[in-house]
Design a protein around this ligand. Structure first.
Ligand SMILES: *Cc1c(COP(=O)(O)O)cnc(C)c1O
Length: 383
């Protein structure tokens, strides 16, 4: 049977709800019009609600990495130090950004698939001179792992000179994260993951501590100049032309999250993730992460089966796009995303496709339907 439907189950971009697609297709607004200004200001307020912040929220026209770059280039002076948690591809990105902007990275290397020990972060901050920030992922998407950013926040909250900068691109919209309460000074996310919007927008928040830092740091960014953006965005403007259609779409997606309820959204993701994990274990496979995230599940490919082949068969034969591993994990793992516009039936379909793909590739140490049954039991119990 040839696939006639395509399903997108990668950890970004993710599937976009019909309501958001409809918003996206509305006629383009002028970015300096009163009409757009209203949508823009409302979108900022919705982001504050979803991200649990009271301070500034800036919307940048770029992929998520743009906000990461903005954080490093606007909040550190050359020669400053930052403690960087590197437990995967996105942790590496923090380190590379530091080097690009002459910030000295004090790297805490974490074995891929493991979660950082918050005590170790605290020690690195205390033992090194000139540390001005901690850079971490809330979810390291490449390994499907959560870091305990709440505990890291506890550890560095009292240090006035240290900003906690958290990349939550696959965490906001998956978990309920009260960023202010957790001591996150700068939170980052993007449109194309759990926020159910096409790629193209990044978000960065700044609390009072971060705003103060912004004033103290020598300006060295032009397009991603946060000082300029703060001034403009408070007025419902952006420094340069923003992707107005995407902002309208993001506005709609955020309304959907608020209508469902942030707590409910978090519960749904927790259930989808648990069902995926139980399903995978029921067919004899192992999870890659010791602390698996609720937005994406990384699965060790069984012995003798190339994870990239699983991805290929799923896409070519069944029309489902899942993700493989990155860097040294290429071929060793494959990843199922269940963040954003995903329900229990998407998870069941994903598990069926994993079973069918593995069968085709010669791994048959399970009965067809085993993973689906295990997942359904989780859904029945979870309500
Ligand atoms: C997707 C993602 C990013 C941003 O990647 P872009 O391709 O620039 O949008 C950053 N960090 C994490 C953890 C991600 O999952």
């Amino acid at each position: 049977m040839k696939p006639i439907k395509r399903r997108l189950l990668t950890p970004g971009p993710t599937m976009v709800p019909e309501r958001v697609l409809e918003a996206l297709s509305r006629p383009t607004l002028y970015h300096r019009s009163p009409e757009f200004k209203e949508v823009f200001l409302q979108t900022r307020e919705l982001l504050k609600e979803v991200m649990g912040v009271k301070g500034e929220v800036l919307i940048l026209t770029s992929s998520g990495t743009g906000a990461m770059e903005a954080a490093v280039s606007n909040l550190f002076n050359p020669g400053d130090s930052a403690v960087v948690v590197v437990g995967g591809k996105f942790g590496q990105r923090w380190e590379e950004l530091c080097r690009t902007f002459k910030v000295n990275p004090i790297v805490i290397n974490v074995e891929w698939g493991k979660s950082v020990n918050p005590e170790e972060v605290k020690r690195a901050v205390e033992e090194n001179k000139g540390v001005k920030g901690v850079l971490v992922q809330i979810c390291e998407t490449s390994t499907g792992t959560v870091h305990d950013v709440k505990a890291i926040g506890e550890a560095v909250k009292e240090l006035d000179d240290v900003l906690l900068i958290a990349d939550g691109i696959t965490a906001y919209g998956v978990y309920n994260i009260p960023s202010d309460e957790w001591g996150i000074d700068v939170a980052i996310t993007g449109s194309q993951k759990a926020l159910m919007t096409p790629p193209g927008l990044a978000v960065i928040t700044l609390n009072h501590k971060a705003l103060k830092r912004l004033e103290e740091v020598k300006e060295r960014a032009y397009y991603f100049n946060l000082k300029k953006e703060v001034k403009q965005q408070q007025k419902g403007q952006t420094a340069y032309t923003t992707a107005t259609n995407l902002v309208v779409a993001l506005n709609e997606a955020l309304k959907m999250i608020v209508e469902e309820g942030i707590e409910e959204v978090a519960k749904r993701h927790s259930l989808l993730a648990e069902a995926t994990r139980e399903g995978i274990k029921a067919i004899g496979l192992k999870l890659f992460s010791e602390k698996p995230a609720n937005g994406v599940t990384a699965i060790l490919s069984p012995k003798g089966i190339d994870g990239q082949e699983v991805v290929k068969v799923a896409r070519q034969e069944f029309g489902i796009t899942i993700a493989g591993g990155q860097e040294h994990l290429k071929g060793k793992i494959f990843r199922l995303s269940h963040m954003g516009y995903v329900d229990q039936f998407d998870v069941l379909t994903a598990l069926e496709v994993v079973e069918l793909s593995l069968y085709k590739l010669g791994y048959r140490e399970f009965k067809l339907g085993d993973s689906v049954r295990a997942a359904m039991e989780v859904f029945l119990k979870g309500g």
